[in-house]
Ligand binder design. Structure first.
Ligand code: ATP
Length: 319
């Protein structure tokens, strides 16, 4: 292997730059040339490639977003597009590719592997919804960013004796909502993995109010319903007047936490080393404190399960 490429795809996540740096520097350390593909698979189809050097990835480890930019590509979803992408990789003399992204990006990566091209994945998404890895790049930063906002809301909620609904990201998975709920000491958490029991929620709020709690926080994953819908339902069902905050895209931004910068550095290098060992169709994951390579297909064949111990904690600790 002489020349490798790296790309970021799907939603951006803090720590992607640290992963790009890690892949690049460890490849150069091993005597390889490195190119960066801009704008994910779309950029690959357009031949939008740039050389990456030791210095071009300098000063980016702490930067949010991705210097390579990211994009969604409908063209790449079609067989003709994927074949064209393989041709592009070959025409640029690329021998292996590292794909940094979420499950959709890994499905795309698998299509390339299926056509004989070596690809190794690095799981990066603030949702942490990829089976096979305990943590994805960006998740820890998103938790901390959301938590900072929730702490500020808690101050105002307690001063005004208010019920707050805080909507966090998570269309299909409640990992972020759950961690934020535990870390912020929220009264309730609503996640897509569990049906909403409005009666029970109202009982809980009623009980909290009766025992003199000055405020309550509900952490809501966006996939359950919109915050304003929940506010309407709480008003109709229990007469509760609430304030809502939708954290939105601020959860994606910012400098990666130390944990994410370290995780990205470890995963990027593990992916590159995997490519050099002749591995393909695998992703570099973090399990039980160490790095492992597991099949990419885990990302779409297995559904990562929510930690029920944490769900119980929210219940127990908010009495
Ligand atoms: P996140 O969920 O964090 O946003 P993701 O990697 O899952 O990240 P997607 O938008 O699902 O994001 O996928 C990124 C890109 O991967 C798509 O725009 C598409 O080009 C490619 N892709 C997704 N699914 C497939 C598939 N089944 N076959 C080929 N390519 C795919």
């Amino acid at each position: 292997m002489k020349r490798v490429a790296v790309l970021t795809s799907g939603g951006d996540a803090p720590g992607m730059n640290a992963a790009v740096r890690s892949v690049t520097r460890s490849a150069i350390f091993r005597g390889l040339e490195v190119v960066g593909v801009r704008r994910g698979y779309e950029g690959l189809l357009e031949g939008d490639l740039i050389p990456l050097t030791k210095s071009s990835v300098g000063g980016i480890i702490h930067r949010g977003g991705t210097i390579l930019r990211t994009a969604r590509s409908d063209r790449f979803r079609r067989p003709e597009g994927i074949n064209e992408a393989v041709q592009q990789l070959k025409s640029f003399d690329i021998d292996g590719l590292v794909v940094i992204g979420g499950d959709g990006s890994f499905r795309g990566a698998w299509e390339l592997v299926d056509r004989g091209f070596p690809v190794v994945g690095v799981p990066a998404t603030i949702d942490n919804d990829i089976a096979g890895t305990d943590m994805t790049i960006g998740f820890d930063t998103a938790i901390n960013t959301a938590l900072e906002a929730v702490k500020k809301i808690r101050d105002t909620a307690s001063s005004h004796d208010r019920l707050f609904i805080i909507e966090v990201m998570g269309r299909e998975a409640g990992f972020l909502a759950l961690e934020v709920a535990v870390a912020s000491g929220a009264e309730c958490v609503l996640v897509p993995e569990r049906p909403v029991e409005l009666g029970r929620l109202c009982d809980k709020l009623h009980y909290a109010r009766n025992r003199g709690k000055t405020h309550s926080l509900i952490i809501l994953a966006e996939g359950v319903m919109a915050a304003h819908e929940l506010a309407e339902q709480l008003l109709d069902t229990g007469g509760y007047d609430s304030r809502i905050t939708v954290l939105g895209h601020l959860q994606r931004g910012g400098s990666p936490t130390a944990f994410d910068a370290v995780l990205a550095s470890r995963m990027g290098t593990a992916a590159l080393e995997g490519l050099l060992e002749g591995q393909k169709g695998v992703m570099a994951v973090y399990r039980h404190g160490g790095m492992e390579l597991v099949p990419l297909s885990l990302a779409w064949e297995q559904k990562k399960r929510l930690n029920h111990e944490l769900l119980d904690l929210v219940e127990k600790l908010s009495i």
